[in-house]
Design a protein around this ligand. Structure first.
Ligand SMILES: [Zn+2]
Length: 141
């Protein structure tokens, strides 16, 4: 199972203790799920969000990207059927076909960049449609 997590600490606004925030993304039942939990060493501050499907909040994505670096999804086969790719991207992101088409074009030229879990999930969906792709680290710049 593909999953990633990150942890950050901050001073607790309520008691001055250490607030620890754990966030994560995983592929579960064919969906990308995110979760978050905040706990304080000194008081009852914090809370948690159980694994949730749907678009991961940007704040959580940024923590994962900072911790692990972005991943890049690229087409192995330059002649891949763009219609298949467009359909998968449209379904995956709930995009209208026009936007999905430009993402498909982006995938074919520069590749798509996101968290490892997001890119692995897309890779699986694309492979199911016989589109060969690879996921690797995306170097900055
Ligand atoms: Zn506290």
């Amino acid at each position: 199972m593909t999953s990633q997590g990150a942890s950050v600490t901050a001073p607790c606004g309520a008691c001055g203790g250490v607030l620890t925030r754990n966030v994560g993304q995983r592929i579960d039942q064919d969906e990308v799920r995110w979760e978050a939990e905040t706990t304080c060493t000194g008081c009852r501050a914090g809370g948690s969000t159980p694994p949730t499907a749907g678009t991961t909040p940007e704040e959580i994505r940024q923590l994962l990207l900072t911790e692990h670096g972005p991943a890049r999804l690229t087409l192995t086969d330059g002649t891949a059927n763009l219609i298949s790719v467009t359909r998968v991207l449209s379904r995956a992101h709930g995009l209208p076909l026009g936007e999905a088409r430009s993402k498909a074009a982006e995938l074919r030229t520069t590749g798509l960049v996101g968290t490892l879990v997001e890119m692995e999930w897309l890779a699986t969906a694309l492979r199911e449609r016989a589109v060969t792709v690879t996921v690797g680290p995306a170097t900055a710049g």
